[in-house]
Design a protein. Sequence first.
Lengths: 530, 348
Amino acid sequence: MSLPAALLEDRGWWRGVGLGLILFISALPTLPLLAGVFFMPLDEMVDAAQKFLPLLASSMSTCVVGGAIALAAGLASGLTNTFYRYPGDLTIRSILLLPLVVPPLLWANGIRQQNFLASIGCNTGRPGLVFITAIVGTPLVMLATMTACRRLTPSQCSAARLAGGETRLLWLSARFAMPAAVSAAFFAMCLILASPGPGLALGTRTAVSEILLSFSALYDMQLAALQSVMLSVSVLVPAGLLLMLWGTGPMEMLATSSGRVVPVRHSAMSLSSLSLNLLLALLLCAAPLTGLVGPVIGGINTAAVTEVLMRTSLNTVLYSTGTALVATLAGCFIAFFMGKSQIHRKVGFSAMLLLFSLPAALPALGFLSASSSAPAWLDWLFRSRLAVCLVQGLKLMPLAALLTAGLFYSLPTSWVYAAELRGIPLVLFLRKVVLPMLLPTLVGSFTITFLLSAADTGTVLLLHPPGAQNLALAIFTIMANAPSALPAALGIFYVSMALLFLLVVNARSRNGAAIVKRSGAGVAEPSCHG
Amino acid sequence: MRFLFSSKVSKCLAALAVVLSMLLLHGCWSHDQRQVVVYTSVDDIFARPVARLFEDRTDIKVRLVTDTEETKSTGLLNRLIAERNRPVADVFWSGDPVRAAVLKRQGVSQPYRSPAAKGLPPEYSDPEGYWTAFSTRARAIIYNTKNLAPNAIPHSIFDLNSPGLKGKACMANPLFGTTSMHAAALFQVLGKEGAEKFFNDFTANNGQILASNGDVRDSVAAGKCLAGLTDTDDINVAMSEKMPVGFAFPDQEGMGTLLVPNCAVLIKGAPHLSEAREFIDFLLGPETEEMLAASMAAQIPLRPSLKGPELYPPLSEIRSMKVDYSALAVTLEDIMKGFLKEWVDRNS
């Protein structure tokens, strides 16, 4: 007996079960360590919490400032990239996306050595950390803004232009995209909050570097677990505010549409767009990169570079591909189980945010402990490259779910009931109708998680099978005392590959939008939010 | 979109899935080739050539797992401790005795007295055989030769607290790596009061705490600091890159310079025991000591008869700090959770 298509409209208990099961599996690696918190003596717990709280507050405030800058810069960049063509827009946009795919630690090292940024006091301490948050947040906000604005129809844009010219269009679009942009900025804050590298590189004590200290210097797993829980819970407060303000609206906006809005050439606005985006690219990307690449000017050892690349390239691709597959599939299932049910969506996203804000070391260490207790015949799961992909993939799953959930939510009810009337089973409906619509989102989700996982070092260090490093980890293991040209050359290679990848993705995305415009196709029911 | 669901594309996707699965799961099953899994906290750039030489000399494949700079990760040591019930590693090649001692306390290592250790002075090794020391670095003072007058060169760690270096002295975070070992050694040698006074005076003199020894080297070379505490391998790298730095072995007239020897540790329950022993024998042999001396690590052989690095004198010419290496781990544990943690918190 096949499942009916109308199941997609059902808000039954099975959604909660499915959601709970996937979230439980995602949380499983962290549970053994988190459980240790409950065995801490109460007075010790209170004392540790009191000492950690000021640091947590300070870290959050630093990230909030950086997030606010990212919001302003990313929103402006996203709007101009959505509506206007300008010379070199493809290249500049790809450069702007680079910080997403390069480890934040590498960026922090770059800005630390950059003289111009030193002259404006942005390369160390809290100002440096604010800058890093802005660097990582701007491309995320830009992407979110562009994705949200593509849900506007050409007639809506024309109406806005008629009402008050380009200024009116930009203002209304900014208002429309604000929920998605703020969510993206918040997401960037969570990324930096959970990343210890930048704080350590810039000589600033942060909440997550304190957690790292508890793990790696004090070997106090209970303390580290308690601090991790506090960090995650603290993220829930602003997340809760966002949910109260906008509900799950931002998620709908991030469902990739077929790109009805196509950027146009406009004499004044194209020039302004070029200036703005070029400035952002120079300040946020080129400046840190010059700090990284300076050492190669004196010459590089090509044999050493080749050896490292030969050793790590396949692993990098494998880990990233496997991680992206896991994250995308898991995110898809989560989105399916959340469906259109508001309560399931709110609970689901809150739980995923909790998991996402936990330091990456926590699930990795949990997996390690499990691997040493598991029998040898389970080594294919616990002690292979698959282990890295599973842990990384489940960590990035919230991002994939965020991108996918909106589409399931906005699936037209009439389509579902039409299929139900015709007796079309659920599986066929999903395969023939939902999957083609979902494909661009899945590709986007795969791409983003692929790139983010390539930059991971923490999980790979703890879980990779001996001799199977990825390139990012290799760079960080050799940078201690290798001739500075070597890690710099590898860093350049890494950034170049990432840039090439982004250029290809951006070019295909533009071609896709052009094809849609020429064919006149689009989603059947236009939206009109904001 | 139709093409994505054609049988041809489905077959290609299926084939890709199979290949991906095979590659992801590769390595889970035992291989016929002999192998040894070595975890090391020694810098990758120094450890890898040694591993390759061992591979060339034997038919044993070395699967090397290296660590990132101390403060950048959760650390290989945590991996070893987490895996202790069913270890993956056979050998831990430690860059200092403290990590080796931690593993002993955690029950992760087992004793092994290698026949190749002949000629190595026993005072740096564990008396019960849980680690054997070879090839050493030293904690040294690095200074900027352009901006520091010759008569202002510090020759003692206490000179870093002098008025002439106010705000211009630096050290790496003492909660990690060899700086933590140095801190523990100071507590052992100077006593609690003496050591705390040193650190408090450092703070009072506006000394800077940087992320790592590499950062100390770079900061002094760039002139941001005039002098700092770091390791001899960092200094050798700086001088080979023609950075404007000099060095001094501190306290040669006083308590002496702390030596930081490498340590070979056999992991308890090592899956490849005989290969692990062979690798440790190779590590402890004179050839490895000479190789490390000739490399960029510029490590000083513990065997007095061996040729040392060009930059540094033989051990016999360096007054070394008298420490009980076995007890350092205990001292470190005490101060990490106490004074040292509070001191770093106050100053960062």
